[in-house]
Every structure is written in C-alpha cells, then in structure tokens.
Write a protein that binds this ligand. Structure first.
Ligand code: PLP
Length: 474
C-alpha cells in the first residue's frame, strides 16, 4: 500500500517544493551562539560544557546552519518531527489559525480542539474516545497517572527501569534512566521492574520467546509482592525509545494487558515517542492489537510545530469523571494553534500515506541496510527497530557484547561515541546518540534516496567506532 511515486520520490500528494537555503550568514550564527551561551540555560546539561549547534532553517528531512551546511536529520530533532520539517500544509494551518484565534481558555470549546480530539479518538483503539490535552509528554504521563490513581483508588505505579517518561515530578520518578537519580524523592509509589530486552537479557534467556515468558513471569511476581490491590497502573513505553528502541517480543503486551485485567490495574501506554507513525503505525500498540486503558501521546501528533501532548481515555475511566470533577487542568490545554497543527498533521499523514511510507522505509530500506552494516562493522552488536525507529547497539566485542561505552558514560569514557557523532556530523548527518547506541530515527517522510544517503554516511562513520573494538565480527 505504498504511496511512493514509481521512481521512489516524494509521497503522493506531497507539495513538491524545495526551499532555497538562504545565503550563509556567519555573523548571524555567531551572534546567536554568543547570546545562547550568555543567556540560555539548556536542558539536562552542565552549562559550561556544552556547545549547541546553531540551526538556521529546515525543510523535509534536512536542517542547515548559518554556514550554509546541510544535514540529513536522522534524529528528527528529539524524535518528534515525524512529518518532516516545515511541512507546507501544517505551516499553512498554523498561519491560518493565527489569523482567526491564537488562544482560548481551556473551559471554552473551539473548532480546532474539537476536531483534533475527534481525529485522535478515531485513530485510538477500542473505546478510547476522549482526549485530555496537555502541553507535552511529561504532563500527559503525569495526568494519566493521576487519572489511574483516582479511578482505582490505589497509589502505586509500576514501570520499567529502561524507560523515559518525562521531566515533571511523577514522570521523572517513573523514568528508569539516570536522569531520575538526581530527582529521586519528588514523588511516591513508583516501583520499577525489568522489561524484555533479549540482546542483554536480565532473565538469562536465550530466545525472544523465553524472554517474553520470563519477563511476564517477573512482572507477575513484582505485582504479587507489591500487592495487586495497591497498584493503580502499569505504565509502559510500547517500544522503549530513548532507552534503546527495545521492540517487545510478540505476546508481551498482550500478557501485560491480561495481567492488568486480572488485577484491576490500569494499563497506560506511553506512546509519546513510539506513536504517530514512528513505528509505522498510528499507535505502536496497533502492531500487536492491544488496547490500553490510557494512551499518553505528544511529539509526532503535530511534530512539535506547536507544543502539545495529551491522554486518550477509555470509556470506563472517562465515566469516573462524569459526575466528579477531574482535579487537573492547564491554561493551554487544547491550544488552538497546537490543535490546528494536529488536524493538519493527521490529515496530511493520511492523505500522503506517511505512516505507510515509514513502515515501508523500515521494511525495505533501513532494516535491511542497517543489518547489512552490522555484518561488516565489528562495532555493531545488534540492529533492532521498525518503521523509522531503529537503534544500533554498539559493542567493543560482538562475542562478549561489552558495550562500546559504559552505561551513563560521560567525558573521556564516552569518547568513542563522541567521535562517532562527530564523524556523522562532519559528513552531513545528524544522528541521535544515547549511551552506547546510535539511533536512526528520521522523519516518517524520509525518501528512499535520503535513507540510502544516510546509510552510506553511517557506513563511513562507523569505521570510527570500529577502531575501539577488538575487531571480531562474528
Ligand atoms: C516515551 C516518552 N515519554 C515522555 C516523554 C516526555 O515528553 P516531553 O519532553 O514532551 O515532556 C518523552 C520525551 O522524550 C518520551 O520519549
């Protein structure tokens, strides 16, 4: 069901438009950098140790700097620009909405908010028919957990160690990666467990089937020992993203659904990164035919053109708040500019076959191409992913699977990864790197030719990582 033209060009209906890159303006770039370093306080960083890249503009799968250098964006920025940069229909919708009504209080109704909610409810599985809009992913998670707690009258929330759920008090406490450590204590009732990860199995399993079975058995035991009657929700990234694009084995999510049903636990799917095309599906849970009780979304819903997130809510949980107020709200819940971008984005994704494109690029180009790189490069231990959601798990030794850099490495310990990222950028590719992994996460609109161009650059750049291995390829 591909929507590509015969020569593999732009998706059907896509307005062919090539934005001329403005003439390089190095002085503007230098001034921007100087002001940034003087006044901007950046996320997750030791402020004196960073050197932000100045981006002047973007279109489609590319961004460029003030020197006029173009980069193929294999990061989709923070894995959110699913529809590509500056999609003309989304830009036009925001512009048109700005002329009509820039903002409105959350207690009123608005046509763009109503339509965005209708479209999202239509895409969501089962009876998830209502949408609570937030400003981004973390507050979507925060509110999903609040709903689950009030709906069940229970307090605890279970989630995996290998996860990221956001930066607000509960969401950061739920996060399993090291960003939680300095924030521990901000919330209560969060319990972590191990999800499936066959390549580095926490369960000593030697097949994905065994990994699935043992991961479910482990979760069953965690639930039993925590006390099922104390657990409000199990919150799972459908495909843990920043933690390594850990595609769950078939049967795992259905097993979690069943466990939740048996114990009256709310199943919350965190689809902030995996949703809206990233995994080649509208929602990644669709791939396994599983219906959660709540879905948290953000990023790809409008590709971050205007910040927005939300929670899609099942009929039963919505009913809890039919006669009783939901104790939560945000000034910008369902912001008209953000909702206009959602409406235009979902419509363009449908009309242009963008989800199908992501799936096909994964199946026909990125999957085979990355696996081929793994065969030739001693540093590539495993390739995993689907759609436009891929990770290279990099190793020092394929036999021992020792990570190319240690977990949470920084500074000198992280040098091999820093060199690899620099090698990609030198060759005009922006990757997404985390710990010992290189993530290949381009916009869902990437063309076959662009994906192949990216693979060719990765092939060259990986030689840098290979130098840090023992050299074995088997
Ligand atoms: C799975 C997941 N959940 C939640 C979040 C938090 O989203 P935001 O940064 O929009 O608050 C992220 C962000 O990367 C994410 O990947």
């Amino acid at each position: 069901m591909t929507s590509r033209s015969p020569e593999g060009g732009w998706p059907r209906g896509r307005i062919l438009r090539r934005m001329a890159i403005p003439a390089p303006d190095q002085a503007a770039g230098a001034r921007t950098y100087e002001l940034d370093r003087a006044h901007v306080f950046h996320s997750w960083s030791a402020q004196a140790l960073i050197s932000p890249m100045v981006i002047a503009g973007a279109e489609g799968s590319h961004v460029w700097d003030h020197e006029g250098k173009r980069y193929l964006d294999l990061s989709s920025q923070l894995v959110n620009v699913n529809i590509g940069h500056q999609h003309p229909k989304v830009v036009a919708a925001i512009r048109a909405q700005a002329e009509v009504l820039c903002t409105i209080a959350p207690q009123h109704a608005n046509d763009q908010r109503s339509e965005a909610a209708r479209l999202i409810a239509e895409l969501a599985p089962a009876d998830l028919d209502k949408v609570f809009f937030t400003n981004g992913g973390a507050d979507a998670i925060e509110n999903a957990v609040r709903m689950a707690r009030l709906h069940t009258g229970r307090h605890k929330v279970l989630t995996t160690y290998r996860s990221y759920h956001g930066n607000t008090a509960t969401a950061i406490q739920m996060t399993g990666d090291p960003r939680r450590w300095a924030n521990d204590g901000g919330a209560t009732g969060v319990v972590h467990f191990f999800g499936p990860y066959a390549y580095r199995s926490p369960f000593w399993s030697d097949s994905t089937e065994q990994e699935c079975e043992r991961a479910l058995e482990h979760l069953e035991q965690v639930v039993a020992f925590e006390g099922p009657g104390t657990i409000a929700a199990i919150v799972l990234e459908t495909i843990p993203g920043t933690a390594g694009i850990l595609v769950p084995p078939d049967g795992y999510l259905a097993g979690v659904r069943d466990l939740c049903d048996r114990h009256g636990i709310v199943y919350v799917a965190d689809e902030v990164m995996a949703g809206f095309g990233r995994a080649g599906e509208w929602f990644a849970v669709d791939r396994w035919g599983v219906a959660p009780d709540l879905i948290a979304f953000a990023k790809g819903s409008n590709s971050g053109y205007v910040p927005l997130g939300g929670v899609v809510i099942s009929a039963a949980i919505a009913e809890t708040f039919a006669e009783r107020p939901f104790p939560g709200g945000l000034t910008y819940s369902g912001h008209p500019l953000a909702c206009a971008a959602v409406v235009a984005s979902i419509t363009a994704m449908r009309d242009e076959g963008i989800i199908e494109n992501a799936r096909r690029i994964g199946e026909d180009v990125l999957g085979p191409g990355l696996r081929e790189l793994a065969e030739r490069h001693p540093s590539v231990g495993e390739v995993r992913g689907l759609g436009v959601f891929w990770a290279l798990d990099l190793v020092r030794d394929k036999a021992t699977r020792e990570m190319l850099v240690p977990y949470n490495a920084s500074g000198e310990a992280n040098r091999p990864m820093a060199e690899l990222v620099a090698a990609c950028k030198e060759r005009g590719v922006l990757p997404f790197a985390n710990f010992n992994r290189l993530h290949v996460v381009p916009p869902c609109t990437i063309t076959e030719a662009e994906a192949k161009e990216g693979l060719a650059v990765l092939d060259e750049a990986l030689a840098v990582a290979d130098r840090h291995t023992s050299g074995s390829i088997g």
